[in-house]
Structures are given as structure tokens and as C-alpha cells.
Design a protein around this ligand. Structure first.
Ligand code: C2O
Length: 496
């Protein structure tokens, strides 16, 4: 195994998109930021030097950080931010994982511009369990605001309103000009990450099908689709066979809007161009599912299956603990003073049962505000049912758990029924991932074994909802073994 070293200079750089120039926070002046390359088993050391006016923290999304939450990155959860003018070294091992993940700022809305991909190759000599691609490309989707994002968020907050929607979606930082050259007959692996702040996205390539082979750095049973759906936080690897008529083809992303009237259908495009085809050939547009095609979304997610049947050591499927139904939890005072702020009494049952998805709005307003966390004994089996509620309106929520992958054993529309739904769980080849798109007006059941000690953030990956308080954390206790306890914090851990 090797040690990979990176220097991340967080700095302000001028960037222009769609004729709007503005200073943005970048890493090393790049937008998107640099891709981190490693192999399974490598040690990765990233020195983050903060030269920007904002305090910073960076999260390596999907990396398990075994017993090493100090390198996980969410501000005020596992570290205080790196102050302007200071630096912090993220030092971690990439153990038992390979595939595409990504990194992003984990404070304020700075991840709007501070993000990049992580590519973890399999161990030397270990082939992919799918046809060997001739070439690999990273595609990171994002959002672009013409104005200053932090200002826009501040204005929204001041008015008690969500901030204005982004002005464009982007592919590798560009709304419409990214181009990728392919050669007839070759196979391409696209490593795709959705770094958008608030939009689940459909993605398609005109004239080409996509073969899904991996999600969230876990291999899947391959299947072919005309379009993928990818929620903020998720990653998806697809194979593209360049076997169409040589030409120019648009690749396009557009939001999946799970509301009756789509409010945001901005499309970002990039071009897949066969070698030797002149730029004068007009590209054709792909067919994307319509923005509110919930049926497509559900059937797409249902096709995701783990390639290898999870072993019982890895997969806590043998017992069904009492379900925890997660609802809106709010942490308001985690800034400043961490001591005495959090309490380990996150309820393991909803405080009161009601018709989550259909009740009139007023019945749903009994949310509790608090700083309550769940404490979990080492190695216990956790089942979590995440239920969408009709608080403001039904909406899908991409829930992300730090420090773990989990198995998505069930999902459904309407209210979770503890007497009936568990019988329908997939305990054979459930998809394993770190971020699950809980369906609109429905629920998802996930399971994991709490074998990674530490404090692990759990939140909706829509930045708007994280800010509003759709977040909590699991405190997983140390295990009995010497290697099962949280490591001592590094000396340079930023002070509060
Ligand atoms: Cu990618 Cu806590 O986030």
C-alpha cells in the first residue's frame, strides 16, 4: 500500500460561468476541485490550508474512517472548523473500499463550490467484476448561482424563506461546455457523483444506454438503463459502450422534481463526441424522464441490487430490532459550546404516531427541537426506518450516514407499517450504500452493524434541509478490543 499526499489550498478565485463572473471559494483554484486518486489499502494524507475568509472543514463523503472520526470533517460534529489562516491534516486509511466517492466542504453552504471526486482503484491486480473499460472519466454534477451563495442564503434566512434556487446545473463545473471524446468500439467507465446542493438528478446520454455497475463505491448487479437517478451525496458508476453512429451526442442532467408541478427544470448539458467528428455536427438531445416521473424513480431504485450477497458478518440481516422511526430533529446550538449541548436521548420511537404522509398539515407540526443523539452499543444491529412526513409537503430526502455503509432493505410509499412491511424486506441482495433517497411520501428501512466507534453525523443531504435541522448523530461506543476504540485525536485538531 502507498501513501498519497495532497495539498489543498482553500482560496478565493475568480470564476466565470454563463457570462457571470464572481469570486468563489476553491481548492487550489480549481472548480470543481482536484480529484483524489488512491488504491484500496492506501493511506491518504491531505493538508488543508485555509486562505479563504470562511472557516472551513472538509468531509470525505463515503469513506468509513474506521475509529478515526477525526478525519471525517463535518464541522461541529467531529471537529471545529479550520480557521482562516490555519491548516489541518486529514490522515486516513482507505480500508475495504474501492470505487467512486467524493469530498466536499461541510460547513455553511460552501460545498456549492468546494467539492471534488475521490477515485479509489481496486488493489493492484484485482480486476473489476465487469468488462474492462478502455478509459475512465469522472463526471461531477453541481449547481451554480450567479450571485454569492453565502449572501443568498443569508438573505433567505433573514426573510425566513428558502434561498433562491440555483441559476444552473453543471457537469464538471460547466453548464453546457464540457466535452468528452470517445472512440468507436471502446468502453468507457463514467464515475459520476452528484454534488448538487438540493436536487436529485436524472442523467442520460443521447443514443447510448448506461450500464450501472456500482453505487456509492459498492458493486451492483449490472443493469442497463436509458437514464440514471442520482441524489445529492450519491455516486454511480456506469459503463458506456461507444457503439452508436459516430457523431456528437448530448449528455444531460435535469432535476427529478417529486412535486406535481416541477419548479426547476434547468438542464445542464455536456457533449460526448466521437473522435474525428467535426464540431459543426449538431448534437442530439437525450430523452430524460419527465421531471415528476416518480414511477421511473421508484422502478430505477428497485433495480439496484448488491452484486455479492452480503455475508452475515457484513450484513446485519438476521434479526429485526425495534424500529426507530426518525423524524425531524433539530440541533440549534451545536455551534460554540459543545459541552452540555448534546444529550443521548434521541427517541427510538416517534413521540406520537399519526398519519405521517396524509394528515392535515396542522397534525404534523409537533416536531421537537433538540440536540438529541442516539447512543449505540458497539457491534449492535441497527434498523432505522426513515419516514417522510407531510410537514410542509411530501418530498424525497437523500439521507446520508457518515462512517458507514448500510443496507437498504425496504422502501415503500405511504406510512411504514411495522406489522406488515418487514415481511417484504429484501434480505438477499439489498443495495449497500451511504446515502438513500427516501421516496416522496414514503419510507426507507436501512440496517447496519454499529462496528465503527465514534460520532457519526446522519442527515438529509439537501443542504436546505441540513440547515433547517434535518440531522442528528449516532454515538457508537467503543468496543472491547484494542483496535475497537476511537483513536486519540490528532495534535493539530482545530480548537474551537
Ligand atoms: Cu456529504 Cu454530511 O455529507
Amino acid at each position: 500500500a502507498a501513501t498519497k499526499k495532497y495539498q489543498f489550498d482553500v482560496q478565493v478565485s475568480n470564476v466565470s460561468r454563463l457570462c457571470h463572473a464572481k469570486p468563489i471559494v476553491t481548492v487550489n483554484g480549481q472548480f470543481p476541485g482536484p480529484t483524489i486518486y488512491a488504491r484500496e489499502g492506501d493511506r491518504v494524507i491531505i493538508n488543508v490550508s485555509n486562505h479563504a475568509q470562511y472557516n472551513m472543514s472538509i468531509h470525505w463523503h463515503g469513506l468509513k474512517q474506521y475509529a478515526n472520526g477525526w478525519a471525517d470533517g463535518p464541522a461541529y460534529i467531529t471537529q471545529c472548523p479550520i480557521q482562516t489562516g490555519s491548516n489541518y491534516v486529514y490522515d486516513f486509511n482507505v480500508t475495504g473500499q474501492r470505487g467512486t466517492l467524493w469530498w466536499h466542504a461541510h460547513i455553511l453552504w460552501l460545498r456549492a463550490t468546494v467539492y471534488g471526486a475521490i477515485v479509489i482503484l481496486p488493489k493492484q491486480g484485482t480486476p473489476y467484476p465487469f468488462p474492462k473499460p478502455d478509459k475512465e472519466h469522472v463526471l461531477v454534477f453541481g449547481e451554480w448561482w450567479h450571485g454569492d451563495v453565502e449572501e443568498i442564503v443569508k438573505q433567505g434566512n433573514a426573510m425566513g424563506l428558502p434561498p433562491n434556487m440555483s441559476d444552473a446545473h453543471t457537469i464538471n463545473g460547466k453548464p453546457d461546455t464540457y466535452a468528452l471524446e470517445v472512440e468507436q468500439g471502446k468502453i468507457y467507465l463514467l464515475r459520476i457523483a452528484n454534488a448538487a446542493l438540493n436536487d436529485e438528478l436524472f442523467f442520460a446520454v443521447a443514443g447510448h444506454n448506461l450500464t450501472v455497475v456500482e453505487i456509492d463505491a459498492v458493486y451492483t448487479k449490472p443493469f442497463t438503463t436509458s437514464a440514471i437517478l442520482i441524489a445529492p451525496g450519491q455516486t454511480t458508476n456506469v459503463l458506456v459502450y461507444a457503439n452508436s453512429v459516430p457523431g456528437r451526442y448530448f449528455m444531460a442532467v435535469r432535476p427529478f422534481q417529486d412535486v406535481p408541478i416541477p419548479v426547476d427544470n434547468k438542464t445542464a448539458t455536456a457533449i460526448l463526441q466521437y473522435k474525428g467528428i467535426p464540431n459543426t455536427v449538431l448534437p442530439s438531445l437525450p430523452q430524460l424522464p419527465s421531471p415528476n416521473d416518480t414511477a421511473y424513480a421508484l422502478s430505477y431504485n428497485n433495480k439496484l441490487r448488491s452484486l455479492n450477497t452480503p455475508t452475515s458478518a457484513k450484513c446485519p440481516l438476521e434479526s429485526r430490532p425495534e424500529a426507530i422511526v426518525y423524524r425531524w430533529a433539530r440541533k440549534e446550538s451545536h455551534y460554540e459550546n459543545m459541552k452540555g449541548v448534546f444529550t443521548p436521548d434521541f427517541p427510538d420511537k416517534p413521540p406520537r404516531a399519526f398519519n405521517y404522509t396524509g394528515a392535515p398539515l396542522t397534525a404534523n407540526l409537533f416536531t421537537s427541537h433538540g440536540t438529541r443523539l442516539s447512543k449505540i452499543a458497539f457491534n449492535s444491529t441497527v434498523e432505522l426506518v426513515i419516514q417522510d412526513t407531510n410537514l410542509l409537503s411530501v418530498e424525497s430526502h437523500p439521507f446520508h450516514l457518515h462512517g458507514y455503509n448500510f443496507f437498504v432493505v425496504g422502501t415503500g410509499i405511504g406510512n411504514f407499517n411495522p406489522a406488515k412491511d418487514p415481511a417484504k424486506y429484501n434480505l438477499v441482495d439489498p443495495p449497500e450504500r451511504n446515502t438513500v433517497g427516501v421516496p416522496t411520501g414514503g419510507w426507507s428501512a436501512i440496517r447496519f452493524r454499529a462496528d465503527n466507534p465514534g460520532v457519526w453525523f446522519f442527515h438529509c443531504h439537501l443542504e436546505l434541509h441540513t440547515g433547517w435541522g434535518l440531522k442528528t448523530a449516532f454515538v457508537v461506543e467503543d468496543g472491547p478490543g484494542k483496535d475497537q476504540a476511537v483513536r486519540p485525536p490528532p495534535k493539530d485538531l482545530p480548537p474551537c
